[in-house]
Design a protein around this ligand. Structure first.
Ligand SMILES: [Zn+2]
Length: 419
């Protein structure tokens, strides 16, 4: 039977005790005493849970946990940290790195296995039963859309994505139907999308719509795994800059040379295109430095707007600044709007006229234009998870105070949005 739990503990007595407790409770478990061998064993055995000691020669449990959660192959494996080193700092780090629980040693032999069972229950793992195999998800049925945020920060950061709740990757949102995969922007988030595509092999073609060529919207192209596959097709749409034709800008984004896959390039202007049967895309110029597009997608009887780099003027608009009205006309009654909400109000004041909005003005704009759902994106990369939690709360409170019906949330990696 497949291994359900792997215990990594260098102490033979405690390790064996843990093993016996879990086996007695009916789990299939394995003890690894050499922490340096743990990561490979976990990849091979694919357990549902790992139990990690902290102080071990070789690699310590917290570093190991961090590695597991940063690796796409093992990041979904649940983890419990058990240690006699139970300072607040260790507990906090364990939870930050993605552990489900921190259990102090020596632990209560009566309740330990029950605690483990409780954690595994949510995955459908029970003693004596193996975890249900993780089959590739089927594509959404006809007429249904699967909308995923893969990245939405203003700049990539070297903080491991596993260490943050909102993520640190840059712009990429996908909209999947039963037949097509439409993608907005190719920031570093697109690597997550490519990995998931390569794994389940549902789509061999992407319809990619680029807003513009600032790094945070194209930096994912250079290392794009599926682009190295010659059987793959990448249809790339965007606007030409007066200084640089679109095909040249695309080649530059790939690092100078186009990759092995088939690439088609479509230049867009401010107008509506029937891009695929039943799929209409309206491109428009957004209020952002350089040639920048926003997109209105009409698909499966829904209207979805993607406009991640866009400065709404709000109440301070002058008579000559008619962008808010123009954008309002395009967005009105949309089912879903992804809009720039980069700054808090205070930070917006010192970053005015740089082409980004405060989240408050994006909320007010969405309400004024009867948008049903707003997902704020392009958050400043300097904001912490806690800062972003505050923003999300403030945005919801603003709508609630006025008794509005707008659903508002902050974008984050792996967010699935339903419309
Ligand atoms: Zn930009």
């Amino acid at each position: 039977m497949a291994t359900q739990i792997i215990i990594v503990d260098d102490d033979p007595i405690v390790g064996m005790l843990t093993l016996e407790l879990l086996r007695d409770a009916g789990f299939t478990a394995l003890l690894i005493q050499d922490s340096l061998k743990a990561q490979d064993a976990i990849k091979k055995e694919k357990p549902s849970l790992v139990v990690l000691d902290i102080l071990m020669p070789g690699i310590d449990g917290l570093t190991l946990l961090h590695h597991l959660k940063s690796d796409p192959e093992t990041k979904k494996t649940r983890a419990i940290v058990v240690s006699g080193k139970s300072f607040e700092a260790e507990k906090t780090r364990a939870l930050q790195y993605g552990a489900e629980a921190f259990i102090e040693k020596p632990y209560d032999v009566e309740s330990f296995a029950a605690q483990v069972a409780e954690i595994l229950k949510t995955d459908g793992v029970e003693p004596g039963k193996i975890a249900p195999p993780s089959l590739p998800e089927p594509p959404p049925p006809p007429g249904e859309l699967k909308i995923t945020v893969w990245g939405c920060r203003s700049a990539s950061s070297d903080v491991s994505p596993a260490m943050t709740r909102y993520g640190k990757r840059t712009s990429c949102v996908s909209i999947e139907t039963s037949r097509h995969l439409i993608v907005f922007d190719a920031g570093s988030g697109i690597s997550l999308l490519a990995d998931s595509m390569m794994k389940d092999a549902k789509h061999k073609e992407i319809w990619l719509f680029l807003t513009h060529f600032h790094l945070d919207h194209v930096e994912g192209l250079a290392g794009l795994s599926c682009a190295r596959d010659a059987s793959f097709t990448l249809n790339i749409s965007g606007a030409s800059d007066p200084d640089k034709p679109l095909d040249e800008a695309v080649a530059n984004a790939f690092g100078g040379e186009l990759p092995a896959c088939k690439i088609e390039i479509y230049e867009m202007m401010e107008k509506t295109y029937e891009v695929l049967p039943g799929v209409r895309m309206t491109a428009f110029y957004a209020n952002h430095p350089g040639m920048t597009l926003g997109y209105v997608l009409q698909i499966a009887a829904r209207k979805i707007v993607y406009c991640p780099d866009s400065e709404i003027y709000g109440e301070e608009a002058t008579a000559l600044q008619d962008y808010d009205e123009k954008l309002g006309g395009l967005c009105r009654d949309a089912d879903l709007l992804f809009h720039d909400g980069r700054y808090t109000e205070e930070d917006y004041k010192i970053n005015k006229s740089l082409g980004h909005s405060s989240f408050i003005s994006a909320v007010d704009f969405a309400e004024r234009n009867h948008i049903k759902q707003l997902v704020l994106v392009h958050q400043d990369d300097r904001y912490t998870d806690d800062d972003l939690d505050e923003m999300a709360k403030a945005a919801e409170a603003r709508v609630a105070r006025r008794g509005g019906t707008l659903r508002v949330s902050l974008g984050r990696e792996d967010l699935i949005v339903s419309v």
